[in-house]
Design a binder for this molecule. Structure first.
Ligand SMILES: [Zn+2]
Length: 265
């Protein structure tokens, strides 16, 4: 066993996709969130940016709490639904800002990025252009990606296939078996969260899974109606143990090893 692994309990969990850097997205103080997470065995957390300014907040939050001894990491994101807020003329400049910020010792990737045609009023063309810029950045920097794709896989795959990325994650997958297969065939890992505990969706093999909460959203069924938090990833792991008919420790071992490898944490 490596020195790094031996520091942790065997059933340590990772929340690979959460949004806890903003006060409004937290059910508790930052201290309270971390304490609750540790109590439930969640020792590594990746807080995900959704747009440039928000991503820089995530950077600041992660760097601050890492200094306090937390295993907290962050990603730089351009959520497809937030794109309207980014001035097209500023995008090149913003990509430069991202490129610099990605050098942060706590940065572990790019995301969330992708396509989302779920809500009326989206601009598919602009979303696709933004995705291409982000994928170019991911390819150039060799950073893993946390993808957000909703109701847009037919447009997503041809763009994705034009780039060469390091192993990345399709976060909160809730589409067809066909698109699950397409993701797995392309080497993507699947981020499974509280949705699995209450929605009828397709599930990846355990070997290709990472755990997440997407807090403050998608609270597992035991706590529906409450704000989600990273500690609740434990209930996603419990769901997986039941669904895959394996021990909880096996779920923890596999999903944690996947997360540590993909994000180098
Ligand atoms: Zn998210």
């Amino acid at each position: 066993m490596s020195q790094k692994a031996s520091r942790h309990a065997v059933n340590m969990l990772v929340d690979t996709h959460t949004h806890i850097h903003n006060k409004n997205d937290r059910a508790d103080s930052a201290e309270g969130i971390f304490k609750h997470a540790h109590e439930l065995g969640v020792d590594k957390i990746i807080t995900i940016g959704t747009r440039p300014e928000d991503s820089l907040n995530a950077k600041e939050f992660a760097e601050k709490w890492a200094k306090n001894g937390e295993n907290i990491y962050w990603t730089f994101g351009f959520h497809p639904n937030e794109y309207a807020e980014i001035d097209r003329a500023d995008l090149t400049n913003t990509i430069n800002v991202a490129q610099k910020a990605l050098k942060s010792p706590q940065n572990v990737g790019i995301g969330e990025i992708g396509l989302d045609y779920h809500f009326d009023g989206y601009d598919a063309q602009r979303q696709r252009e933004l995705l291409e810029e982000c994928l170019q950045l991911a390819q150039d920097t060799k950073k893993p990606v946390s993808f957000h794709v909703r109701d847009a896989f037919d447009d997503f795959w041809p763009i994705f296939d034009n780039f060469h990325l390091v192993t990345s994650v399709m976060h909160s997958f809730s589409d067809s078996k066909k698109n699950l297969r397409a993701a797995l065939d392309r080497g993507l890992f699947i981020g499974v969260n509280g949705l699995a505990t209450f929605a009828d969706i397709a599930h990846p093999p355990l070997e290709r899974m990472v755990l997440e909460t997407d807090a403050p959203y998608l609270t597992p069924k035991q706590f529906r109606g409450k704000m989600n938090k990273p500690g609740y990833v434990k209930y996603v792991a419990e769901w997986a143990a039941e669904y895959y008919k394996v021990d909880f420790d096996e779920v923890a071992r596999i999903t944690t090893a996947n997360a540590e490898k993909i994000f180098e944490i």
